[in-house]
Design a protein. Structure first.
Length: 283
């Protein structure tokens, strides 16, 4: 597979998310900071990773026994009061909300980046949280020893949500047209968290037709899931829009190989054929 993102970026990202790494061992902080190198190529990853470690030490000093109520209160105190992290309500679609270094420096983020910091600070304390990929509003979940589940909303300073609260959030986002389903509150993998983060950022760039910045994001998603038909197709369309016709055709061929029975297989086949005819005329 041919990528167009810088080789060093792809290699650094692969170190953290390659298929031979068990999902629960993926370092979300360093993976996310590699993503930020798309915008900040010389970013000092260990400097920011160190800030997460220091937050964890401060929170652990407040709640050394890892009692869930005290630990969540300590995390809220360190992240939302001391570090002053908060949801960016004024400019939700600012790309900087998706770069972990910017979130730490500016104190502004979106649900998934704030949740990632919270989750990883907790992890370094020995307190286990999982990501919950509710549509439109990423959450965290803690499973108590007593079987009690706590849903945590990091965009709203660590609020504990009931299922009715989750429905209210969905009503706000989707104007009352989406019903909460049980699977919306299921935990998702660390690879899925990174993919959702990348897709958020890609959507921001596509909304302003910034294909040049969207394309390397498509590459990184395919580092995580090299055989994803939908992501191969999306990258093909991006490449086509940027005039990288030979690689667009290559992606369409790869799409047909991994999804030969897709409902749009014939349409994709014709598109690949027309691209190759156009390239032949240009030679």
């Amino acid at each position: 597979m041919h990528y167009t993102a810088p080789t060093q970026l792809l290699e650094s990202f692969s170190i953290f998310v390659s298929p031979d790494i068990e999902d629960e061992k993926i370092d979300l902080v360093r993976s996310a900071l590699v993503i930020a190198r798309m915008e900040y190529p010389n970013l000092e990853i260990e400097e920011y990773a160190g800030r997460i470690e220091r937050m964890a030490r401060r929170a652990a000093a407040i709640a050394p026994d890892l009692d869930p109520v005290r630990t969540l209160a300590a995390l809220n105190q360190v992240l939302f009061e001391q570090a002053n992290l908060r949801g960016n309500r004024d400019d939700y679609y600012d790309p900087r909300n998706s770069f972990l270094n910017d979130v730490l420096d500016r104190g502004l983020g979106i649900p998934i980046t704030l949740s990632m910091i919270y989750m990883e600070v907790a992890s370094r304390m020995g307190f286990h949280l999982v990501g919950v990929g509710m549509p439109g509003h990423f959450l965290l979940k803690h499973y108590g020893a007593d079987g009690q589940e706590r849903l945590i909303d990091c965009f709203n300073r660590g609020d504990i949500l009931s299922r009715q609260d989750c429905q209210t959030r969905l009503d706000e986002i989707y104007s009352g047209e989406m019903e909460l389903r049980p699977e919306f509150l299921h935990p998702i993998s660390r690879r899925q968290i990174l993919t959702r983060m990348l897709n958020n950022l890609k959507t921001v760039y596509l909304s302003t037709r910034n294909f040049r910045k969207a394309l390397p994001i498509a590459d990184l998603i395919l580092v995580i899931y090299p055989q994803s038909p939908e992501d191969l197709k999306q990258r093909a369309l991006l490449r086509y829009s940027m005039g990288i016709h030979n690689l667009a055709a290559e992606d369409l061929d790869a799409y047909l190989k991994v999804a030969p029975k897709a409902s749009d297989a014939e349409e994709i086949k014709q598109m690949a054929l027309s691209i190759r005819r156009m390239l032949a005329l240009m030679n």
